[in-house]
Design a binder for this molecule. Sequence first.
Ligand code: HEM
Length: 351
Amino acid sequence: MRKGSIAGFAAVVAIVAAVAVLFAYAAGWLSPGKLTPGRFVDRFKQVSGRHPGFRLNHAKGLCFAGWFDSDGQGAALSRATIFQPGRVRVIGRFSLGGGMPYQADKANTVRGLAISFMPAHGEEWRTAMINLPVFPFATPQAFYDQMLALAPDPATGKPNPARIQAFFAKYPESANALKLIQSQPVSSGFENSAFNSLDAFRFINANGETAWVRWSMLPVQPFAPAGPAHPQADTNYLFDALIASVREHPLQWHLLITIAQPGDPTDDATIPWPSDRKQVDAGTLTINQVESDDTSPARDTTFDPLVLPDGIAPSADPLLNARSVVYVRSFTLREGEHKSPAAVSPADAEK
Ligand code: HEM
C-alpha cells in the first residue's frame, strides 16, 4: 500500500472507531452506573414483561378527540397561540399507569390524561398529566429505583417490606409525597378526575415577562368518591364508564394555571405549592368522541412533555428531560413492533 492510501485508511478506521465510541457512550455501555433511556426500557420490560407495540408505561388507554375553547385569560401569562381567545382542535388519550396493556381497571391505579393542542395557525402543545396531587418521585433515579423496589418480589408474588423500607429511607421526599397522595380521596372515574401537570414550566408573555406555573384540568363533572373494589376483577370498568358518560353528553374540564410565588420549588414535583396561589382559568376542554387505541391517531403520538409552543418553556425539573428521552425511546420501539389489539377495542368504544 502506498503511504497516502495507508494514511487515508487509518483516518477511516479512526472515524469508525470514534463513531463506535459515541454509540457506546450514548447507550451507556461505557458507564455502567449511568441512567440511560436504554436502562429505563430494560427496567420497564423487567417489571411489566414484554408487550410489543404498546407503550412502556400507561400501556392501557382510550383515545379521544374534541376541542379547547380559550377564554383569552391565559394570554396575559403566555404568548402561546392556544391562549388567544378562540377554539383549538385537540386529540388525546386517557390511560392507566403501568406497563401492562391488559391489566384490570382499579380505582387506585394512577390515571393519565394526555392532550395535544393543535392550533390551525401556531405551534402544537403536548402535555401528559396524572390524577395525583404531587409526583411520588423527585428524580429519574428515584423513579427508576422504585420500579423494582415497590414491585412484587418474583419469588413470593408479594411486595418485599425490607426493600420498600430501604427505598423510602433513601428517598424520604417520596415517603412525604405518598402521605399527601394517600390523604386525598380518589374519584369514581376518569370523567370526574382532576389531572395535574405536577412538573413546573415557565410561561413567557408577549412583553417577554415570565411566570413559573403548573397547570391542572379540573372536571366540570361533579366529584363522586371511588366505591369499594370492583367485584369483577378483570374488567375495563373505568374505561366502560368513561365511554358511557361521553355517549350521554360531552365531558368538560377547566384548564387552571397556578402561578408560583418566589421560593416555591420549580424543580421538585414531590412538593405541592401552597393552596392560596393565584389561579387563572384559561378555558374549557370539551371531549365529545372516544376511540380505541387500535384506530386513533393518538396511539401513534408520544405525549412528550417537551413538545412546547413558543410562550411555554421547561423548568429545571430533572424529570422533564428524562421523560422526554424515555417517551421518545418507547415510541421508537413500539412503532417498529407488530401491534396487538388493545384491551378497549373499537367495538367497546362504539358501545
Ligand atoms: C422519570 C419519570 C417518568 C418516566 C421515566 C416516565 C415514563 C413514561 C413512558 C415510557 C411512557 C410511554 C410513552 C410513549 O410510549 O409514548 C409514559 C407515558 C405517560 N406518562 Fe410518564 N414517565 C415519568 C413521569 C411522568 C410524570 C411526572 C407524569 C405526569 C405528571 C407522567 C404522565 C404520563 C402519562 C399521562 C403517560 C401516558 C401518555 C399517553 O397516553 O401516551 N409521567 N411515561
